[in-house]
Design a protein around this ligand. Structure first.
Ligand code: AMP
Ligand code: TRP
Length: 327
């Protein structure tokens, strides 16, 4: 069976090299071989405090970044979650079969609330909406970074629970996580993951950063005082992170990078990392700048109409199975 790929991104700005190497680069690559659906999850973005005007703009900017990095509307379905009411409807149905304890144990929920984000029902049930996103289109492969594995587990459990109770409706989806760079770490604290919401700009490399800025950020990345380039995530998390980034950008195994840079000192190594990162992402910024907002909005409009049609057909099967829906 041809795999159906689904993945989502929150329209929250600051898309960084962790997002790119962990997830979005695979989005573009997978289009050649699979049936691909990519969604800008604006309803998810409403679970934390937000500004409606900024959200509207971020939806278009996020689509622009995805198009710039190679998501191709002729080969993939690209749209925003709120264009398709089926997401919220299926989330409600799945919510009726989700034990509260499962949601309370989610790392993302615990981290957000511990960081002082005001708790609300949407933030709590976030993984249920995510499960609905995936299952709505019967996707079976979900390209994401390491931090989303737990949510995919919930999705799998819900699919199984539903199928056991109402018949075989959903395939059981799997996470598709890259071997290196599934968890790119912060440049200022290499023990924490690189994050869109870190208030320190220096902690990340945005996909839209200029080459000079990228070099500056990599040069100032926190490392250690032993000058040997070596892969050891416990003793040398900063250098190991840069090695992973470099390996992900060049395709060269970490061991051969270590051989090459072991004794040249951190300065030379960091400059080499900057060179490959710039070569990898500079074209994304150039293509981003060439895209017109009006054209991007049209891509989303058309994608939303198509997604809604597809979802409608699938969703009727769910409604019938659970005993509700149109007469
Ligand atoms: P988000 O930033 O939460 O919208 O995530 C978008 C995608 O990027 C998801 O698939 C995440 O798993 C992935 N991702 C986010 N942060 C990182 C990171 N630091 N390293 C690798 N992948 C990441
Ligand atoms: N929760 C994901 C993140 O924060 C975004 C997301 C929402 C998603 N729905 C999805 C990812 C469905 C994959 C599939 O990155």
């Amino acid at each position: 069976m041809q795999h159906r790929i689904f993945s989502g991104v929150q329209p929250t700005g600051n898309i960084h090299i962790g997002n790119y190497l962990g997830a979005f680069r695979n989005w573009a690559r997978l289009q050649d071989d699979y049936d691909t659906i990519y969604c800008i999850v604006d309803l998810h973005a409403m679970t934390v405090d937000y500004d409606p005007v900024a959200l509207e703009k971020a939806r278009v900017d996020t689509a622009k970044i995805l198009l710039a990095l190679g998501v191709d509307p002729d080969r993939s379905l690209l749209y925003t979650q709120s264009q398709v009411p089926g997401h919220a409807e299926l989330a409600w149905i799945l919510g009726t079969m989700t034990p509260m304890g499962v949601l309370g144990r989610m790392t993302q929920f615990k981290e957000k609330t511990a960081a002082g984000v005001a708790s609300n029902l949407g933030l709590y049930s976030y993984p249920v909406l995510m499960a609905a996103d995936i299952l709505l289109y019967r996707a079976d492969l979900v390209p994401v970074g390491d931090d989303q594995r737990q949510h995919i587990e919930v999705t799998r459990d819900l699919a199984e629970r539903f199928n056991n109770r109402f018949g075989d409706v959903f395939p059981i989806p799997e996470a598709y996580v890259p071997e290196t760079s599934a968890r790119v770490m912060s440049l200022t604290d290499p023990t924490a993951k690189m994050s869109k919401s870190d208030p320190q700009m220096k902690s990340r490399i945005s996909l839209l950063d200029e080459p000079d800025m990228i070099r500056k950020r990599i040069r100032s990345a926190v490392t250690d005082s032993d000058p040997q380039v070596r892969y050891d995530t416990a003793a040398k998390p900063g250098i190991s992170n840069l090695l992973e980034i470099m390996s992900a950008c060049t395709g060269e195994p970490i061991e051969s990078l270590v051989d090459e840079y072991a004794s040249g000192g951190y300065g030379t190594f960091k400059d080499a990392v900057a060179d490959v990162v710039i070569a990898e992402i500079a074209p994304v910024r150039e293509r981003f700048e060439a895209l017109e907002n009006g054209d991007v909005r049209e891509v989303l409009r058309v994608g939303g109409v198509r997604a809604n049609e597809m979802a409608g057909t699938y969703q009727s099967e769910v409604l019938r199975a659970v005993g509700v829906g149109a007469f």
